[in-house]
Design a protein around this ligand. Structure first.
Ligand SMILES: Cc1cc2nc3c(=O)[nH]c(=O)nc-3n(C[C@H](O)[C@H](O)[C@H](O)COP(=O)(O)OP(=O)(O)OC[C@H]3O[C@@H](n4cnc5c(N)ncnc54)[C@H](O)[C@@H]3O)c2cc1C
Length: 380
């Protein structure tokens, strides 16, 4: 969507926000993209992006103006076009903000949310395991035992990103209670510096090394009312799941656009032979523009809890992942040996696209959910 298509009151700030994000992406972020790929966590760039409003455009504004999911997705795409890992961390920060605000918990909104929005504090989301658990792919890894004033949480999450010693993230644990409480889950913000929490380094990944990804071990972590996002968790997840998945389309769109840019970069020199390849840049651009138009339409109603809407979101997200894989591979074929150099953004982007395809919801998870929800929708 062109900023000029936005309502006048949103058009100008949106344009300014995107210009700021583009300047950060093409300046300090581009300069660090290789180092991030090798493991440098870009806290400064993330703070700059937060201060520019890039990870909070989807949140309701203090004056009551509703959030703009389309703008948040376009901001994420601007950064992901340069560095997919940073785009992913923007998504982590964006959904953590969504959890804080949508919780309605006075202890999580107000000052805590304001510091998150401004980038003074950073955080993420550990919902891959619960999302897979709700889709009957795996069991919940965290268990919460009710105690006076809250819960004691135990268990380990194998991978959570955008973390450091003083960060936090949204997590869900299965409540271990007989009778009425049985089968319920509780959602909370887990503070990495809380007693009982240990962050452990993960084995080396093939990409995403600079994303501050750790395995998180919880030993009798106390979770009280001040950190509770939702209890029970499922009705909350039903409200935020559309926005959660839709925002990820920003990462896919940026990775795809970056791949198309790399194809055009060698067109003058190699177009005479690249014309024999499939997935040429103009074709991919047309497909990306179509996908983005669809995502922007879905972004107008992120709080729609109908099954039909969620199936559409899952389908757009799957299209984004599949197109990212195709575009990144095609960019490598277009660039040839120069794209295969270790320092080339083209081979880095192949690994970023693979991450878009395997991060929860992975392509296989998306297809399973679409099949399950579509079967539910079929008339008996
Ligand atoms: C770099 C990176 C960052 C991530 N960041 C986050 C995050 O911020 N938040 C979050 O919630 N999730 C995060 N994840 C997890 C991610 O979203 C997916 O859940 C994960 O990639 C696996 O998803 P999948 O659907 O392909 O499951 P699969 O890998 O197909 O299956 C998962 C199952 O395999 C088992 N398994 C996985 N790896 C191994 C192994 N090495 N040895 C033995 N068994 C194994 C698991 O126990 C699990 O039951 C991250 C993953 C990576 C690689």
């Amino acid at each position: 969507m062109n900023p000029a298509d936005l309502p006048p009151e949103l058009g100008r700030p949106a344009e300014a926000l995107l210009a700021s994000v583009r300047a950060i992406a093409q300046g300090p972020l581009a300069a660090q993209a290789q180092a991030i790929d090798r493991g440098a966590y870009p806290a400064d760039v993330l703070r700059q992006l937060a201060a520019a409003g890039a990870m909070s455009a989807h949140l309701a504004q203090p004056d009551g103006t509703p959030g703009d999911y389309g703008l948040a997705i376009r901001a994420m795409a601007e950064a992901s076009r340069v560095c997919g890992a940073t785009g992913f961390m923007m998504w982590c920060q964006a959904v953590a903000g969504l959890y804080l605000q949508a919780s309605g918990n006075p202890a999580l909104v107000g000052d805590r949310l304001a510091r998150h929005v401004g980038g003074q504090t950073l955080g993420g989301t550990g919902l891959s395991n619960p999302m897979k658990s709700f889709a009957q792919i795996e069991a919940l890894l965290l268990k919460a035992t009710p105690v006076e004033g809250g819960y004691l949480v135990n268990g380990t999450l194998p991978w959570v990103s955008n973390l450091a010693a003083d960060h936090y993230f949204g997590a869900i644990a299965a409540v271990q209670a007989p009778g009425e409480g049985a089968g319920r889950e509780v959602m909370f913000m887990l503070r990495c510096d809380a007693p009982g929490i240990t962050l452990k380094a993960c084995p080396a990944f093939s990409g995403m090394e600079g994303t501050g990804t750790y395995s998180v071990h919880c030993k009798d972590l106390f979770v009280g009312a001040g950190d509770t996002v939702a209890d029970p968790a499922r009705p909350f997840i039903a409200r935020v799941r559309g926005g959660f998945v839709l925002l990820q389309c920003g990462i896919a769109a940026g990775v795809i656009q970056g791949a198309i840019d790399s194809m055009w970069a060698v067109e003058g020199q190699l177009g005479h032979v690249n014309q024999f390849l499939e997935d040429r840049p103009a074709d991919l651009q047309a497909e990306l523009d179509g996908l983005l138009a669809r995502v922007m339409a879905l972004a107008e109603t992120p709080w729609d809890t109908t099954t039909d809407y969620f199936i559409d979101v899952l389908d757009a997200r799957a299209h984004g992942a599949e197109l990212a894989l195709r575009a990144a591979n095609s960019a490598l074929l277009h660039q040839g040996a120069r794209g295969y150099l270790m320092q080339s953004e083209v081979q880095r982007r192949v690994r970023e696209a693979q991450f878009v395809a395997i991060v929860t919801p992975a392509i296989k998870h998306l297809r399973k959910e679409i099949a399950r929800l579509s079967a539910e929708e079929m008339p008996a």
